[in-house]
Design a protein around this ligand. Structure first.
Ligand SMILES: NC(=O)c1ccc[n+]([C@@H]2O[C@H](COP(=O)([O-])OP(=O)(O)OC[C@H]3O[C@@H](n4cnc5c(N)ncnc54)[C@H](OP(=O)(O)O)[C@@H]3O)[C@@H](O)[C@H]2O)c1
Length: 311
């Protein structure tokens, strides 16, 4: 498992991390096996959000109940969580009161005294950056949140926050898979009239912006075809892509999941893949893509096979 120092932090982070959005129905033993399998593969970084589960903080609570981490086990893990979505609506809330109460709820549910990275989950149209700054200052000074980041934010939205914040934005978690790769595909087909791939959907140059500013892009839903509509692996909607994946998996002697992971880790932006599977074997298979050296030709072949244009 490749680890690197997460820019603007002192965290040694793996380039594949374990997302825990889908563990609410799992037993304690299943959660322990999932996390142990990830740890055995070198994954010591978990991704939560206050809203994961049926009830607020449910997945965070289930994780803590199952793991019963000792202080030293806690120290070995990077725990990231998110705030800012109100599911009862839904709407977004970056107010001081909401952020403070969400973090207090997460600390309690996770049974920890600190969150290593807190992400603002989805841009709040009514954001008051000075209010966010006040919440971040208070949480940081109290040692309750050590680092801050965002998710699903455009460069402009990040700049707006940065103008008020006293702490750096260290991560931006965005949806990214071979098939859902508008972040990457748009730049390849820039300025082409009448070509949908040319349309900017991320506020413009988001990936390059993050690279330039030391903001690590974290790829959520790395195996979903589109927006929560099922995985692309073995999906009859993507016959050409699956044929290329199977051939490369055989060449590198890995499972197809490793090819899906490697397509993201091979990109020089040094992104992190946020796995969502609750199947231990799939965690191990996906983790095997952490350092798999896809060639340039192979990387582009996967991209083309997913239906993207290389003009
Ligand atoms: N920031 C955001 O807005 C945002 C949004 C969504 C998610 N996230 C984060 O990203 C993580 C990953 O999201 P995700 O769960 O949608 O991602 P994913 O890894 O693309 O999808 C995992 C889902 O696909 C299923 N699956 C079926 N076949 C699979 C295969 N061969 N390999 C892998 N999975 C397969 C899994 O089922 P099994 O569990 O049965 O294996 C699971 O339900 C979440 O846990 C969360 O931490 C963030």
């Amino acid at each position: 498992m490749k680890h690197f120092t997460l820019p603007q932090t002192t965290i040694s982070a793996p380039n594949v991390v374990l997302g825990l959005m889908r563990i609410s129905e799992k037993t304690d033993e299943e959660i322990r096996t999932l996390v142990r399998t990830a740890r055995d593969a070198g994954i010591d970084f978990v991704d939560h959000a206050d809203i994961y589960g049926e009830d607020l903080h449910q997945c965070e609570r289930r994780f803590a109940q199952a793991m019963k981490l000792t202080p030293s086990q806690r120290d070995e893990l990077t725990i990231q969580t998110k705030a800012g979505i109100v599911t009862d609506g839904p709407y977004f809330d970056y107010s001081y009161e909401h952020l403070i109460s969400a973090v207090e709820g997460s600390l309690k549910a996770l049974n920890t005294d600190r969150i290593d990275i807190l992400l603002l989950h989805r841009p709040d149209a009514l954001v008051e950056p000075d209010e966010v700054a006040r919440a971040f200052d208070e949480l940081h000074t109290a040692g309750k949140v050590l680092n801050f980041g965002v998710s699903n934010h455009t460069p402009g939205q990040i700049e707006l926050l940065k103008a008020s914040l006293n702490q750096p934005i260290v991560a931006n978690q965005m949806q990214l898979s071979i098939t859902h790769s508008t972040l990457i595909a748009q730049g390849i087909a820039a300025n082409m009239q009448g070509v949908d791939q040319s349309v900017t959907r991320d506020g413009g140059g988001l990936l390059d912006y993050c690279r330039l500013h030391g903001i690590t892009v974290q790829a959520w839903s790395p195996f979903q075809g589109g927006f929560f509509d099922g995985v692309y692996l073995d999906n009859p909607k993507y016959p050409e892509l699956n044929a290329v994946i199977r051939r490369l998996a055989a060449k590198y002697d890995v499972a197809p999941e490793a090819i899906g992971t490697a397509w993201i880790t091979r990109h020089p932006a040094q992104m992190q893949v946020v796995l969502g599977t609750t199947t231990p074997q799939r965690v191990a298979d996906s983790a095997a893509g952490s350092e798999l050296p896809l060639t340039r030709a192979e990387w582009y072949e996967l991209f083309r096979a997913a239906g993207w244009r290389v003009p």
